[in-house]
Design a protein around this ligand. Structure first.
Ligand code: GLY
Length: 556
């Protein structure tokens, strides 16, 4: 029987078996940065639940992973509790009250750089409220105990890793951060730069975190921190006011659910475009037989790319903040609509994106980010993706506060129909409006098998997030890979416009040649995404951080 299963796996292309995941019996934490992982495990070992660990990790990453970990950004938390309840917390940034449809258009009607760089690029940050809400509703340990490790890391410092030192020296980061004195002083060491092993000490950030520890999220939204932030914004032409901060609310939403080959998929609802994307694309793949030619074959990559191309065309038209725009999620996921999409895929030839338009679903209803996954001893699972948007966000470090601000306003369509930072074309559904939430691609996702926790997964990477998560899901479910191999395997991305299939270099040159022969324009990507995944299997938790990064998985 086992031999038959193995042969079936090999026939489906699951020859990939190169790395073992980290295994543990009780709890597991997978994050982008080792100090944060260790803090999460310590919380679990000392009796905290997965939500407690997620709060502590969120604050720790704000210190140790400044390109994406944050107080000045926002994100999503998806949890599935051992008793079967699921919850999705939306603590994404919201547009300030003064934001308006054309705020990033110059006198010539062209999009300015203001949505990407500087004080005007920021939406109202949500991370501190989101973590507070998670703790208040679902946490077990004392708040101060969860924030304190981050205070210690900020005050005492930590050794900069090789990857961080390289990231802070990179041309783009250097050009952006050096335009803002606080960013230059803190993160570029005033132009002297950090070497691997140097200590990064952040006393201003430590003081902000200590106030959050002692006075709660209220300090960030109404207290001393809020006042300093609002004053800094005013002085530099930013839009965020004290009222914006006071009025910020995290939102608890129903997770989006679906199924794939008998597995239940629990994922991110709008304002994420990721969950709808994952469920539509899995729907197109299921029953197509695309997997028969095996992982990495040109036929499989082609079919997946065609599936991605079609979803991203729909995304451009139909996805936006559901509190402002009626997202037709059910229509985009209806079996009839999905069958219609499948019928337009030619297994031998690429369809030019110019000839694909957003479909007509039946009814209208409803680079740098970071993801971490946690499972505790009771079987509670948490998937958090949070972000400043671009690496190091807007490049602005708030004066006297020591934390970077997001440039999430660029996730709106600054000019509907024109590409944004990620070359994404988006429509009026995602146009700027006061207090609206910009559309996201963040896709924290949890998979159940026979009603039990199976897989927790997510990734950063702007629009590539959706396709990265899709890839890990099918690598596990369709190609029988262990979770480490599923994370390691080469990735692909198609987002309709531009009409380019991006592939990591791990695909064989023969596959690439065959994809070109089918009509794809290929671009090579060095590394797509930074997955943190945990698989629950045979009484074990198997964790994998992405080998493309310095992330770690650790259990106990
Ligand atoms: N800021 C990237 C995203 O939310 O998709």
């Amino acid at each position: 029987m086992r031999r038959v299963a193995l042969l079936a796996m090999l026939a489906a292309g699951a020859g990939w078996c190169a790395r073992q995941p980290v295994r543990a019996r009780h709890g597991m934490v997978a994050t982008r940065e080792a100090h944060a992982t260790d803090i999460g495990v310590a919380v679990l070992e000392s009796g905290g639940n997965a939500i407690d660990a997620a709060v502590a990790v969120g604050f720790a990453l704000a210190v140790t992973h400044p390109s994406a970990g944050n107080l000045g950004g926002g994100g999503f938390l998806l949890a599935r509790f051992a008793d079967g309840r699921t919850v999705f917390l939306d603590f994404r940034e919201r547009a300030p009250a003064k934001a308006s449809h054309d705020m990033y258009l110059g006198p010539d009607g062209k999009v300015t750089k203001d949505s990407v760089l500087g004080y005007r690029a920021s939406g109202v940050p949500g991370t501190v409220r989101g973590l507070e809400m998670a703790h208040r509703k679902y946490g077990r340990k004392k708040w101060a105990e969860l924030v304190d490790p981050a205070v210690q890391l900020a005050d005492g410092g930590f050794p900069v890793s090789y990857g961080q030192a390289r990231s802070l020296r990179s041309k783009d980061t250097n050009e952006r951060l050096s335009q803002f004195p606080e960013s230059k002083r803190i993160f570029l060491h005033d132009g002297r730069y950090y070497e691997a092993g140097d200590r990064l000490v952040q006393p201003e950030l430590g003081r902000v975190l200590a106030r959050i520890r002692d006075r709660g999220a209220k300090d960030f939204y109404e207290g001393e921190t809020a006042q300093l932030l609002a004053a800094d914004m005013k002085e530099h032409g930013g839009l965020i006011t004290l009222d914006d901060l006071k009025n910020y609310r995290a939102i608890e939403r129903q997770p989006l659910t679906g199924s794939y080959r008998g597995y239940a998929i629990v994922t991110a609802p709008p304002p994420s475009s990721g969950g709808v994307g994952i469920l539509q694309m899995l729907g197109v793949l299921e029953g197509s037989g695309y997997e028969k030619s095996g992982f990495g074959s040109a036929a499989t990559v082609h079919y997946m790319a065609e599936t991605m191309r079609r979803y991203f065309a729909d995304r451009s038209e139909y996805m936006g903040d559901p509190d402002f725009y009626h997202v037709p999620a059910a229509g985009l996921l209806s079996p009839r609509y999905i069958a219609g999409l499948r019928s337009t895929i030619d297994p031998e030839h690429a369809t030019a994106s110019a000839s694909i338009h957003p479909g007509k679903p039946e009814t209208h209803e409803s680079s740098e980010t970071t993801h971490y996954s946690i499972v505790d001893a009771e079987g509670n699972a948490v998937a958090v993706t949070y972000t400043l948007n671009n690496s190091y966000g807007s490049a602005v470090t708030a004066t006297k506060l020591g934390f970077l601000l997001n440039n999430e306003m660029d996730d709106f369509a600054a000019k509907p129909g024109e590409p944004n930072l990620f070359d994404l074309v988006q429509g009026e559904a995602n146009a700027i409006q006061a207090r609206k939430t910009p559309l996201s691609s963040m896709t924290p996702t949890i998979v159940l098998r026979d009603g039990k926790l199976y897989l927790v997964v997510g990734s950063p990477g702007g629009p590539t997030i959706i396709n990265t998560v899709l890839g890990v899901l099918v690598n596990v479910i369709d190609f029988g890979m262990n979770v480490a191999d599923a994370v390691d395997a080469p990735r692909l991305h198609h987002q309709w416009m531009p009409d380019v299939l991006r592939v990591e270099r791990g695909f064989s040159p023969d596959t690439v040649a065959l994809l070109k022969a089918r009509g794809h324009t290929i671009e090579f990507e060095n590394a797509q995404g930074e997955v943190a995944a945990i698989l629950a299997h045979d009484g074990w938790l198997e964790g994998s951080a992405d080998p493309r990064t310095e992330g770690t998985a650790k259990g106990y």
